[in-house]
Design a binder for this molecule. Sequence first.
Ligand code: ADP
Ligand code: MG
Length: 358
Amino acid sequence: MAKITLDNLAHSYLPNPKSEDDFALKQMTHDWADGEAYALLGSSGCGKSTLLNIISGLLIPSQGRILFDGVDVTDQPTAARNIAQVFQFPVVYDTMTVKENLAFPLKNRGLPADEIARRVQKVGAMIGMEAELNRKARGLTADAKQKISLGRGMVREDVNALLFDEPLTVIDPHMKWELRTQLKKLHHDFGHTMIYVTHDQTEALTFADKVVVMYDGRVVQIGTPEELFETPEHTFVGYFIGSPGMNVLPARIEGDRAMVGDGSIPLARGYGALKGKVEIGVRPEYGRLVTQGGLPVTVNRVEDVGRHKIIRATFFGHDINLVAGEDQQVPADGARVEFEPERVNVYSDDWRVVGQAA
Ligand code: ADP
Ligand code: MG
């Protein structure tokens, strides 16, 4: 197990990158703590696989260094990095049995036969394939083959890190939950440093201690699920996480009030002059329909989603979403909304601004 450090790392697939736009990964520096389970979350194309492949050594970064426990491994090949990586699509040996596939990484490292048998049995159970251990991989479904790939990633106990790149994409939905649970258990039992790439927020939030959110080649926030929910550092985190995501509205800030159109919203903190694009962000959960006070809002539609309602509304010309309890009365007209001042975040050019205590 190891702490992984990215030191001024950046990557371009072009031979002569000229501007920042030419970089699939913009310059970044940070540590992945030893023994922590991370999810790397972001939309397709934001650079997740690029980053993972740099960590595993499949890709040499065009700039910066990568260190394991302080030792520079930038120029070391994958094999020397002692890492297990599982990809989106299965990588299995068709002519081998399931058991032989699972044993392969251990045989390679010369483990004793009884130790190999013990671990193969255990991992076979974790991926739900005990009954198929003696079958040839050829002829198995893509789903089953991917479970073997996962098992091969899980079978070694001595790795520096376990890297998973959207490993459950081809897995049947109800099996996904089961396998994710097994991965969490594996992390609990062995404490490997784990990085799990996904574009699915539910997967990220249920798997990881810490979620690393990427957007357009940058890490925009690293935090616990709660931190990402309560204090999105970037507007992208606000609307990517949560369902529906955070409301982001263009605003003018005047001291401790935000003006959205003609509506004046009280803030918990005061702000000086802000540059660039100024917006406020408030989660649907923190806007409340009230009969007195607050500001006018036009309710367009109410969606009952079981334990709560989602209210689609217009607020000073902007679409917003609100979440209300299932017992909440929603007036047909004359509705008003109140936002919790300490839950209204202020953004300048998409980054959160910390105000001064009012
Ligand atoms: P993700 O895994 O988040 O979907 P990737 O890391 O695969 O994103 O891709 C990041 C960016 O780099 C994308 O714009 C993608 O088109 C580009 N890219 C990825 N792999 C290559 C490659 N081998 N050659 C050129 N461009 C690539
Ligand atoms: Mg990818």
